[in-house]
Every structure is written in structure tokens, then in C-alpha cells.
Design a binder for this molecule. Sequence first.
Ligand SMILES: NC(=O)c1ccc[n+]([C@@H]2O[C@H](COP(=O)([O-])OP(=O)(O)OC[C@H]3O[C@@H](n4cnc5c(N)ncnc54)[C@H](O)[C@@H]3O)[C@@H](O)[C@H]2O)c1
Length: 324
Amino acid sequence: MRIKGKKVLVTGGVGFIGSKLAESLLKLGCRVRVIDDLSVGSIEAVRPLLKNKNFEFIKGDLLEEGAVKEGLEGREVVFHFAANPDVRAGSADPWTHLEQNVIVTYRLLEGLRSQPSKTLVFASSSTVYGEAEEIPTREPYGPLLPISVYGASKLACEALISAYFNTFKVSSMIFRLANIIGPTSSHGALIDFVEKLKRDSRQLEILGDGTQKKSYLYVDDCVDAIIYALEHTSKPFEIFNVGAMDCLSVETIADLVSERMGVAPRYVFRGEEGGRGWKGDVRLSWLSIDKLKRLGWEPKNNSEQSIRRVLDELLESFPDKIDF
Ligand SMILES: NC(=O)c1ccc[n+]([C@@H]2O[C@H](COP(=O)([O-])OP(=O)(O)OC[C@H]3O[C@@H](n4cnc5c(N)ncnc54)[C@H](O)[C@@H]3O)[C@@H](O)[C@H]2O)c1
């Protein structure tokens, strides 16, 4: 599909990934409408885009039918990035993920049902695989048995999207994202360590036993992968993993953060049984990106480069954030 010049909707488009995606789509000459209820994201993330005549912002809650209708009006491609992305929130309150992830996606699909010419692009997650036995994990892996409510909610969204494609011909692309990082990310181990070390550089609390391994992808690479895949495939339904080609242990991240901040804290490990950081934490998550590579896409950064880049940007752009 040729994305250039398309009329698109980005849900959750003031959030961490959505705002970067909106910016890239504008650069490609798209007419970009963003809808976000500002429950997490801040309008500051898209402030520079508001001047662009091809950019439009709607403050709206996608749980409301009216907001969905207004958002979809006249759009050709819908990038659905609105969600509650915090895995930990699901063990405290499972309804959050059911409502913000599953019900919101259902509302959007219902809006698309009568307009199947539009394409849906969905931000899913590596958590749908649960504790996969195949590492790196390829897209056809199964059975998909998530261990977090968040992962279950994303898998439920995928199931609905598949059903709406087969029943109502809503073309869809599903992207299962690894840990996406950038200086404006609101959560994750990297930001958590930086914040903790700002408060006390002598000691660092690490959630889990530190041996959990995951792959980390810089947000620009993530946006690039999604746009590349859309432009290089013509199938009406596709699933792609998006991640780095390697993975790192959580303790290695703590080492990289400490080194970059010039501190040598004592590590204190806390968390759930089995060495997990929290309930639903997948101990080893590493996606195979061979499918994207076969299409001709590769990330510019590996996990360590992505982490070093975010640390550099945090220190350069937000010096007040790391003041110790
Ligand atoms: N960040 C990651 O590492 C990661 C990894 C895998 C998947 N994802 C998925 O990618 C997407 C974007 O993640 P992110 O990290 O940018 O999250 P984010 O929280 O920064 O952005 C989500 C945005 O959605 C908005 N939103 C939430 N509920 C809404 C509603 N009912 N109506 C309108 N807007 C609503 C929030 O205000 C926020 O701006 C999410 O679907 C997330 O599950 C993210």
C-alpha cells in the first residue's frame, strides 16, 4: 500500500509511539488526524504539529461512539495506538485492560464494519506469546498463552480483528511490538532506573532477579518498520513482529544506566516469585524479525545502541531530569 498522501487517523496519537508516528506520517505528506483523550499523553507531544495545515487534533474518548465516528470520518488508514500499555496495571485492575484495550478496539471495529475500504493498523504486543518455547519467537508460533491480563487483552483484540477481517472484510495489519524505548517513554525499566538513580545514586532497586531478558527497539525504528511494512505488502491481512535483532538482561540495562550516569549503586533485587519483576512479567521475550527482514527492513539500532541513544537524549534534552 502506498502511504504517501493518505488521509489517516492515529488513535492515541499524542502518546509516546503515536506522536512519533503522526510526525513521520506528516513528513510523508499524509493528512493526519489524531484522536486522544489525553488520559496519559499530553498535547505538548504534538504542539509543534498543530501549526501544520495537514494536522488535526480531536480530544475524544474512543469508548464513546460519537468520538469513533468523528475520528473515522473521511479516513483511509486507521492506526490504532490508543490503549493502556502498562502491563503492571492489569494485575491491580484487569478491567482497565479489558475496557481501554478490548472494548475500545471493538468500538473502532464496529465503526469500520460499514466502511471496509479503510485499513486498520493495530499496535499489538510481544506479550501475546506469553512464555514462548521458541526463542526468537516467530509470528506463526502457538498456542498463544499470554501470562498477563495486558497480553490477554491484546490477543483478544487480535482475535476480534481477525474475525472482522474474515466476516466483514476489514483489511488489517497487526504489529506485535517488543519493548519500544525513547526519551519520552512514560514507563519501562530504563526510565524507571534513571528516575530511581536521580533520587538515590547509591542504591538501585531492580524488579525481578535481573536475569529477565528482552529486546529493546528505539521508537524511530519502530515507526519506520510499521510504515515500511505497510508500503511493501499488498496482503489484506498480515501480522508482523517488530523488535531488535538481540536481547539484553535487565541487569545489563542497570549496568548501562549506571555507567552512563557515572554512578556505582548497590543493586537490590525485588519482585515476584520465579525471578519475575511483577505478576505477568515474561522472563525471556525475544521476537524473530525474519519476516520483516525478508521484506527488506532491518532496525538501525540493536538493543544496546537503542538504550545508549535514549540515555544520551535524556541527558542532553532533559538535563533537569537527571540532576544528582
Ligand atoms: N511502548 C511499548 O513498549 C509498547 C510495546 C508493545 C505495544 N505497545 C502498544 O503501542 C501502543 C502505544 O503505546 P505507547 O507506549 O505509546 O502508550 P502511551 O500511553 O504513551 O499512548 C497511548 C495513548 O492513548 C491514549 N488513550 C488511552 N485510552 C484512550 C481512549 N479511550 N480514547 C482515546 N485515547 C486514549 C492516551 O492518552 C495515550 O496518549 C499501545 O497500544 C501499546 O499497547 C507499546
